[in-house]
Design a protein around this ligand. Sequence first.
Ligand code: MN
Length: 371
Amino acid sequence: MITTRRSILASFAAAASGAPLAFAQSDAPAIIPKNPNYKRIACEEAWTTREIADEYGRFIASNPADEPGFMALGARYYARGADSPILASMLDLGEGRIAAMNRFGIDMQLLLLTAPGVQVFSADTGTALAANSNDQLVEAISKHPTRFAGLAAVAPQDPRRAALEIERSVGTLGLKGVVINSHTKGEFLDDEKFWELLEAAEANNAPIYIHPRNPAPAMLEPYLSRRLEAGILGFTADVALHTIALITSGAFDRFPKLKLVIGHGGEGIPYMLYRIDYMQRVVREGRGLKKLKKRPSDYFKDNIYITSSGMAWEPAIRFAHQTLGVDRVIYAMDYPYQADASEVVALDNMAISDADKKQFFQSNAEKLFSL
Ligand code: MN
């Protein structure tokens, strides 16, 4: 039996065809059938382990002063003993998740250890829990190899051991890249102390997916005091800073084959590329920005991929197609945080060619993540 649900998504789709951006509503079926023309491979899908969830609980109970962003967000999901439905969904790497994928018409999920990963813990605890999570992920994938693939978690707190874990989990165990949940204790990957990790990612052909978390402590307060710290703005602010800082640090001159992935339509950066190029050129001499081999937008087009997680919005996707290229934009749902059948329908119905749609939903992910 097909039931329907209301959504505002159709209004955004309508905007792409020239209609005004109004909050019109559409219907989406409760069960989305498979699409005969392409697989839907969702590439920013969250999971975690029981061990990490329990460690979050202990961490929150210790009331750590150096993780105000996690304390503002994590307590909602990981307060000791209080499992949320979202957490239950993330812990499920078996039949429950597959049933949800079947309802949403998702052929495959690329699994990422949910934010903030192990990056809030001590180096020893984080390194051990990352390796344990990668082992559990590999086991789940081996049981459902056509439905699941995954990225490795690492603890950047110890860059040397993080690099070794990339070699082990990607090079040996076959995970498809690395997830970094943005800043680690307020520090970003543009700091050269982390570049051993970047070097290992490049050497193992492992794309690094920079996933959001609440902003770094030094930039958190103005967001938190307005309750704008999370998906509405803070996540984007943190990952946009992280990404542009990596570009302007010269990391892609040092590691020219390094691949980065960012979600949420590219965290606003595609729309800003003209201005970023202009300002990087104008201010770099006087204000200490490095001289780079290429324009910032060139690195964005050559080294960076974006996904549609949380941004099932045709105008943004078509803009990215136009500015970055059809081969750079990849489907993601953001299960279980933003799991909405009407978004799948809206993206299926985008007014782009069948070939471009297959690249978006399937082929780009297969190529980038060697699926
Ligand atoms: Mn996400």
